[in-house]
Design a protein around this ligand. Structure first.
Ligand SMILES: Cc1cc2nc3c(=O)[nH]c(=O)nc-3n(C[C@H](O)[C@H](O)[C@H](O)COP(=O)(O)OP(=O)(O)OC[C@H]3O[C@@H](n4cnc5c(N)ncnc54)[C@H](O)[C@@H]3O)c2cc1C
Length: 419
């Protein structure tokens, strides 16, 4: 920690945050909170987002499942931000077990994540819109920060004096230049600024499967079994074919489904009139799946369907601490294990804390990398396991199947001993 009498190393500096999504707004809110009551002069923070304030908060809202098992999870970051009560008010806390069913919808196995002792549940279901409203509301109250909506950061270049010059274009195409000492790139999974500045080995890679996703609507209390018994997610396996389907109830009698299959990378939006054809080919392709599959696909809202390839970007460390990549611009998870919001929340908190409490920028960014990279790596390792499991065929599938049988047997024997 720096002494209270010495000026903070960020004294008189300017920080630019490019992108006020989940990671960027969490960072600003956390930084402001940590600086409260601090007698030393705070740096200036300029935040630019290419969308309008309304679009950033309300456009493309989807349901997010956030985890609360460890202090590395998104719910814990919301608690650190002292926003848990507000976020909780517009969300569902769930008991969050993840089940595996066979192709007939019969129970095979499950995972029960534990709840962190300081949190009210092990998972939370919250709309992106509600979460963003809470984050932006808090971030905009930070006195050292100035928000500029509808302003796109189009370029950044290093100046001979060590500063960074950021080109900012407003909606009316007016261009201006802002110089800063630290640039935080938080422009999301497809950000052009991030792409132009990331190290060459930070490219997204295709993981070999594509996901067809959609949202199905049933009346409340009418979800098909066995999904109806769930509060969280489940995966239906094929019997050794190279596909599986994941279901996540997202509240109000709706289910988000993700059908995952091995094959060449596919990416497209599906026009509403094209859904019938896609539905037919999906039901043909997975004709061996009984149980909930057909009902879920039949109840799909055609406007909700899209096809995305499983792309991943491994996290990278920061060799130049003046440009820091946060959230999806640093690492990307596929829809097989969507944890990007969880990671963005923790990234935002951790970077703010390290910048505030370290004695130099280099020390702060090194400490941040040491927190962030292993956290992302753990998520990616789990995704790899789910990927291999969900698409397993032949001998590998038999191995998994027998393993789960043995696990069930152990559980049964264990529960009999307990009684
Ligand atoms: C359908 C769907 C379901 C998901 N479900 C889950 C889930 O259940 N759990 C989970 O943890 N994650 C989930 N995710 C992932 C999660 O939403 C993302 O990982 C998360 O939003 C990443 O946060 P971010 O701040 O890095 O990027 P974003 O939230 O995308 O924010 C980026 C911001 O940068 C702005 N921007 C872009 N370019 C520029 C520029 N050049 N200049 C200025 N501003 C710019 C954008 O307007 C945006 O506001 C899901 C994603 C999708 C699409």
């Amino acid at each position: 920690m720096t002494s209270d009498r010495a000026p903070h190393y960020l004294n008189g500096k300017r920080i630019i945050v490019a992108g006020s999504g989940i990671a960027g707004s969490t960072f600003v809110a956390a930084f402001g909170q940590l600086w409260l009551g601090e007698s030393r002069k705070a740096p200036e923070v300029l935040v630019f987002d290419c969308q309008s304030r309304d679009e950033a908060m309300h456009k493309d809202s989807h349901m997010l499942i956030l985890q609360g098992s460890t202090s590395n999870d998104g719910m814990f970051a919301i608690q650190q931000l002292r926003r848990l009560e507000n976020v909780k008010a517009g969300s569902d806390l769930t008991s969050a077990y993840f089940s595996v069913w066979d192709r007939n919808g019969k129970f095979v196995s499950d995972i029960h994540p534990t709840r962190h002792p300081e949190l009210p549940a092990s998972t939370m279901r919250v709309s992106r819109e509600h979460l963003m409203t809470q984050l932006v509301d808090k971030a905009e109250r930070v006195s050292m920060a100035k928000f500029h909506w509808s302003c796109e950061c189009t370029n950044a270049e290093r100046l001979p004096n060590g500063q960074i010059r950021v080109s900012v274009e407003s909606k009316d195409k007016a261009l201006r230049y802002c110089d800063c000492d630290i640039l935080i790139v938080a422009d999301g999974p497809n950000g052009k600024l991030g792409a132009s500045l990331q190290p060459p080995d930070a490219q997204k890679t295709y993981r070999g499967s594509s996901q067809i996703m959609g949202i199905s609507h049933f009346g409340s209390d009418h979800l098909p079994a066995p999904i109806s018994a769930l509060n969280s997610g489940g995966m239906q396996m094929s019997d050794g074919e190279d596909f599986c389907c994941m279901y996540t109830p997202i509240g109000d009698g709706a289910i988000r489904w993700v059908f995952s299959q091995i094959g060449p990378a596919q990416k497209r939006t599906v026009p509403i009139e094209g859904f019938e054809e896609l539905k037919k080919s999906l039901l043909d392709r997975a004709s061996s799946l009984a149980g909930p599959f057909r009902r879920v696909i039949e109840a799909t809202d055609p406007a909700s369907v899209c096809i995305v390839p499983a792309m991943e970007r491994l996290p990278f460390s920061h060799s130049h601490p003046e440009i820091i990549f946060l959230g999806d611009s640093n690492h990307l998870c596929s829809m097989l294990n969507p944890k990007g919001a969880d990671l963005a929340l923790k990234d935002g908190w951790d970077l703010a804390e390290q910048l505030y409490q370290s004695s130099s920028l280099r020390a702060a960014v090194t400490a941040y990398d040491q927190l962030s990279i292993p956290r992302v790596q753990a998520v990616m390792n789990f995704t790899k396991i789910r990927d291999r499991f969900g698409h397993s065929t032949g001998g590998l599938w038999q191995l998994y199947k027998n393993g789960m049988r043995v696990q069930r047997l152990f559980k049964l024997v264990g529960s009999q001993y307990q009684h």
